[in-house]
Design a protein around this ligand. Structure first.
Ligand code: MN
Length: 256
């Protein structure tokens, strides 16, 4: 199928292409890699024996969870405003977005400006397995059953195209099994699987506040969240805290 070369807001997201590099066009068009620390996806990823998946908690214009499944060398991506739920009675809206490069799956950090400006926490990672032979056909059909084996999420799930709020709206639903629970996993286990921190700790890793004048969002709940996280990061960054939190250096021996 020929891909449209021009951008239009109604264009469906790049989906499971035969040429992985071509499917990253939208991803690259949205970003200025001179200003963003996010991966460019220029180095081709080798086909893996096991399929990687990850969930990135992303505070940007709104808090959401980016759910990514490796397929054909790229990461199929859905943005889930409320995050995944282990409760089989809960259907979470998942907006299908453009494919991301495979190496995006390890990204955690601050996007200072531009598209997605905010903070990314690597919230879960692991492997996934489709419960159908043909993933592309399942995506076209709008019904993808699969298994997850992550650090937080596991068991059987289904992504179903909803169509109610446009062509890119899907629902992520947990299937009943030994992994299903009625509690909210996003609240129970908020921390990163890579650094054990949350938004403030990841922001505090930056030498200084990347938004000294205006945070990416000012108003509403998201604005309040940014202000709170900025204040916490400033405390974590303060010299006193650094001194108290610093590891003893006694054991370090200088060679020269
Ligand atoms: Mn995002």
């Amino acid at each position: 199928m020929p891909r449209p070369s021009s951008r239009s807001p109604r264009k469906p997201p790049d989906v499971s292409p035969h040429d992985p590099d071509a499917s990253l066009t939208t991803y690259r068009q949205k970003r200025d890699f001179r200003k963003s620390p996010e991966p460019t996806g220029r180095s081709p990823s080798k086909p893996a024996k096991q399929r990687f998946f990850c969930v990135q908690k992303h505070l940007a214009s709104h808090l959401h969870y980016d759910f990514r499944l490796e397929h054909r060398g790229v990461l199929l991506s859905w943005a889930i405003p409320k995050g995944p739920s282990l409760d089989p009675s809960i259907k979470r809206l998942a907006m299908h977005v453009e494919d991301h490069p495979k190496d995006y799956g390890t990204f955690e950090g601050v996007i200072p400006s531009g598209y997605g400006a905010g903070i990314v926490v690597l919230w879960d990672r692991g492997v996934w397995q489709p419960l159908v032979e043909d993933v592309d056909a399942a995506l076209r059909r709008g019904n993808l059953p699969f298994l997850l084996l992550g650090e937080k999420l596991g068991g059987a799930w289904t992504l179903i195209r909803s169509g109610r709020v446009g062509p890119n709206a899907w629902l992520l639903i947990k299937r009943r099994d030994q992994w299903s629970r009625s509690s909210e996993i996003t609240l129970e286990q908020p921390l990163s699987v890579a650094s054990a921190g949350d938004f403030p700790e990841i922001l505090a890793r930056e030498r200084s506040n990347p938004w000294p004048h205006t945070p990416p969002v000012l108003g509403g709940e998201t604005g309040a969240l940014f202000r709170d996280i900025l204040a916490q990061a400033a405390t974590l960054r303060s010299p006193q805290v650094v001194k108290r939190g610093a590891k003893p250096r006694k054991t370090r021996i200088r060679q020269k």
